[in-house]
Ligand binder design. Structure first.
Ligand SMILES: [Zn+2]
Length: 368
């Protein structure tokens, strides 16, 4: 007998909520919601008209961008609203609270250090404030985070080198990786090979947004020339079987961000994303929210949308969550603990606070 839609939705949402989750691709600046911008304005005692207009546009549902550059402008707008270390600390605290609400157990958060330097802000003071806010929230909420310092491709290699040096300085305080994002066309991979070599010398792991706005070759070169250990987005990889083979053979995980690719104009609909193909090709794929404040999404919402768009089974949702845990820049035993926690929670139907059997059964026999 078919399960009524409302019951199915509720079962789906409970299932996704109860499942311990790991977020690997989320930008602190892009996580800032309209509500947090209001809070920042209240703390300063005034709301600029352009910020008020921005907030109204978002609250009226303006979470899609006609072009990637329009999205970049939106990201820049929010980044410019973070004017002091205290603003960054507030953004961090609100993000940590969001993780706790969503049962995200571990996250690697990207800080656009390249944008902070570009704004002329004191990076050291911002980083200290962010790390302190994160540590305080970790103790309070039981969510663990590490950090990725990100450089902006279109700013070129010298600012990126500065970001890598800063990341190296904070390596013992939770900065685990160096990455690049932004415009793949104006900031091609070959500009950054030396910077990534330096980042590796500093003991940092390497990530790159690639195959988000450019083709499969951008993904190939990020792996071969930069030594990227994880690829942000990477959806263009599905266009080239040799790139898929490269990712599979070198066990390079992809951080898939479904809503992001629609909101920035790359895809018309989530259903157009090659998620299923990437999974059946044997790649390690995780789901991520990227810039939830700019896209009106969350990690739970990404799981829900993926399930609806691709008819994923409960087992496949669990696999996606475990893939994120496996792809984390954590020691092996910590990754294994996270995977075990996901398995245990999703397979222990009768323990208090754990998933009950009904949602699993309902999901197994429902296509919605
Ligand atoms: Zn991103």
């Amino acid at each position: 007998m078919p399960i009524p839609m409302s019951a199915t939705r509720s079962a789906l949402e409970s299932f996704i909520h109860a499942m311990p989750k790991v977020e690997l691709h989320i930008h602190l600046e892009g996580s800032v919601s309209a509500a947090t911008l209001r809070e920042l304005a209240r703390a300063k005692g005034h709301l600029d008209p352009d910020v008020a207009q921005w907030i109204s546009a978002r609250e009226a549902g303006g979470y899609r961008y006609a072009t990637f550059m329009e999205f970049i402008e939106a990201f820049k707008f929010v980044a410019l609203m973070l004017k002091t270390p205290a603003d960054y600390a507030l953004a961090t605290t609100r993000l940590m609270e969001q993780f706790a609400r969503e049962n995200v157990r571990y996250a690697e958060v990207t800080l656009s250090a390249g944008v902070i330097l570009w704004k002329g802000q004191p990076l050291e003071a911002v980083v200290e404030a962010v790390l302190e806010a994160a540590q305080s929230a970790e103790r309070r909420l039981g969510v663990q985070v590490n950090w990725i310092f990100d450089a902006v491709r279109q700013f070129g290699p010298e600012p990126a080198r500065q970001v890598a040096e800063w990341a190296g300085r904070y390596r013992d305080q939770g900065v685990v990786a160096f990455g690049i994002g932004g415009d793949e066309v104006r900031g091609p991979v070959e500009l950054f090979a030396a910077v990534f070599r330096r980042a590796r010398e500093l003991g940092l792991r390497a990530v790159a947004h690639a195959g988000e706005t450019a083709g499969p070759d951008s993904v190939r070169r990020a792996v071969e020339m930069l030594g990227a250990e994880r690829i942000g987005h990477g959806l263009a990889a599905a266009q080239d079987s040799t790139v898929l083979a490269l990712l599979r053979d070198r066990a390079i995980p992809l951080e898939v961000c479904l809503t992001s690719n629609v909101a920035t104009g790359r895809l018309k609909r989530i259903e157009d994303h090659p998620l299923r193909r990437l999974m059946t090709e044997g790649l390690t794929v995780s789901l991520n929210s990227d810039d939830p404040g700019l896209f009106a999404t969350s990690l739970e919402e990404e799981f829900r949308r993926a399930r609806v768009a691709f008819s994923l089974s409960p087992g496949e949702l669990i696999l996606l969550s475990q893939n994120a845990a496996r792809s984390a820049f954590l020691p092996r035993d910590a990754r294994e603990r996270l995977c075990a926690e996901i398995t245990q929670t999703c397979q222990s139907p009768n323990r208090s606070g754990r998933l009950d059997a009904a949602p699993l059964a309902g999901l197994d026999h429902s296509n919605s």
